[in-house]
Design a protein around this ligand. Structure first.
Ligand code: MLT
Length: 324
């Protein structure tokens, strides 16, 4: 008799699996953003999440879970039930830098997720408080060297994009400022505007408005060409620092073992959001770079994560060694 019940249970379970994906989603979806509200990761999550909600017919609810450079939120998301109702916005820090900076990291970015797709590329800028006297990058670097560890550099926690690109920049200039960690570059930006901290490396979508309004200074953008969103901000390359070339990326992941057809539905909704004119305009106006069709697939994201972990591990280990 027991064997009969087991067989029936198995049969029902198998029948439910496709049905579950067919009805997905039938309740709101939580998207964990591993930084404080108002920063670049949060901004991108809310912009793409809003349009994805329309396609999926269910609200995507943003949950900000900050801490440890984004690894606290990503760890929690990686351990969530793999049913498609918990997803996350990760990025070059949480899924590229973290293994080099957290020896006891509780997830492997290359193995413990179901990649959904790339949401936006985000060029990095060196921004500073508006009262800082330097007029250009050369003068800023002179000020940095003269100020030494009395210079305060804001970031969003060890391994955050603002931290990893900041230590990369410092290693190129040969300086060791004092780090001031925040739960995200949203809160960090408030202190930069008020002059509580001196500078930071941040993603363009977070700082475009403040730069345009003169609330902070932008000394350089770390892309080969200037951004259409900030045509007056020169590149680091134009100012004699071609080696400071780095663009971050933000991407949506689901927990490992999330059913493939659920991932396909999520990837389809992201693809539609990135094709939507109004959504594209919001991202482009903030200096975001929209991935092309080939760059948006789950496979493309998996390949990117593997490549980024391999790229950043030696760079960050070397930079951390000189940062001490
Ligand atoms: C970072 O990595 O610096 C984060 O993106 C900052 C944030 O989103 O608040």
């Amino acid at each position: 008799m027991k064997r009969l019940i087991l067989a029936a249970g198995l049969a029902i379970g198998l029948m439910q699996a496709p049905a579950q994906a067919q009805t997905y989603p039938n309740k709101p979806i939580t998207m964990i953003v591993p930084f404080a509200a108002g920063g670049p990761t949060d901004i991108i999550a809310r912009i793409v999440g809003e349009h994805m909600s329309r396609t999926l017919g269910q609200q995507i609810v943003i949950e900000n879970v900050a801490g440890a450079g984004g690894t606290t939120g990503i760890t929690r998301a990686s351990q969530a039930t793999a049913d498609g109702y918990t997803i996350m916005m990760g990025h070059m820090g949480t899924h590229g830098a973290a293994p080099a900076l957290y020896p006891n990291l509780k997830y492997d970015p290359t193995k413990d997720f179901a990649p959904v797709g790339l949401a936006a590329g985000t060029p990095i800028l060196i921004v500073a408080k508006k009262t800082l006297p330097a007029k250009d990058l050369k003068e800023f670097n002179t000020w940095l060297k003269a100020t030494g560890d009395k210079a305060n550099q804001a970031h969003a926690g060890v391994g955050a994009v603002s931290h990893m690109t900041g230590i990369f920049y410092n290693s190129l200039v040969g300086v060791k400022p004092t780090f001031v960690p925040y739960t995200g570059t949203g809160p960090a930006l408030n202190d930069l505007v008020s002059g509580q901290v001196d500078y930071m490396a941040d993603q363009i979508v977070n700082v475009v408005e403040q730069i345009k309004g003169g609330a902070i200074k932008a000394y350089a953008i770390a892309t080969p060409e200037r951004s259409p969103a900030l045509p007056d901000v020169p590149t680091a390359k134009e100012q004699g620092m071609p080696e400071f070339e780095v663009s971050a990326w933000n991407a949506i992941f689901a927990p490992k073992n999330t059913p493939a057809d659920v991932v396909t539905k999520l990837a389809g909704a992201l693809d539609k959001a990135l094709d939507d004119e109004a959504t594209r305009k919001r991202l482009l106006d903030l200096g975001g770079i929209i991935p092309d069709k080939a760059g948006r697939t789950p496979d493309a994201l998996q390949k990117l994560v593997v490549a980024e972990v391999a790229r950043w591990t030696p760079v960050l280990k070397a930079a951390m060694a000189t940062a001490k």
